[in-house]
Design a protein around this ligand. Sequence first.
Ligand code: 6PG
Length: 257
Amino acid sequence: MSTDVCIAPTADDVGRCAARLVLRLALDAVGCRGRCTLALSGGRSPMTTYAHLAQAPEMPWPHVHLFWSDERCVPPEHPDSNFGAAAAVLLSRAPVRPEQVHRIRGEADAAAEAVRYEGVLRRLVRGNPPRLDVILLGLGEDGHTASLFPGSPVLDERKRCVVAVDPPPGVAHRRITFTLPLIGAGRIVVFIVTGASKAEAVSRTLVGRERALPAGQVMAACRRATWVLDEAAARDLDDALREQGRMAWVRQTRRAV
Ligand code: 6PG
């Protein structure tokens, strides 16, 4: 498994960097396989990435199929909807046809929708589990990612690709989420993480390689991962990794797409 780290100065620079990375990955996928299957992350962190992607003229949108790595069990117009957030920032601006957008229906019965969505993935994406080209993920302060929370029994799921999740105390809404087998089958996982509040979870995952954290289990399961961090989220990494990440930022600012 290979891991890359890119450390950008600010959260907006993270959005720019992550958007350029997704653009390169999408162009590679379309060049190799004629299309790109891209799973978007929920939460606030990827919003600037989506805004930059929406303005990327080189993005091969006619060949991109969009999925979500998790969703809150709310209707799409609900302020907490991951689809709704991406629709406002990305789908409303990028030339993506409706038939290329495969949202998780948060308004549906969660258990039934998890089964339906897994069927959509298995129908549209080759592989068993389906092998998505790019999976974007965020990171919670407790080390959760997608809607895989610490201590959750769904972390032990080894057959199903999409499941319904009862939230832990303090987390709003039931969720529907990718499982570790599906995330691990992806060609690349891209973590987009900003802010000092995430620094400990980033360090425990990247340096400590703690398998108690769901993000640590994703790192153990996936083939290739890139972390796009701002300086604040990278604060607790060791000097060598931070230097590596800063050099990666400098290189990508000089690189054409
Ligand atoms: C969700 C996300 C979740 C998110 C992290 C970070 O639906 O909430 O998928 O895993 O990525 O909680 O959220 P922020 O980016 O808002 O900090």
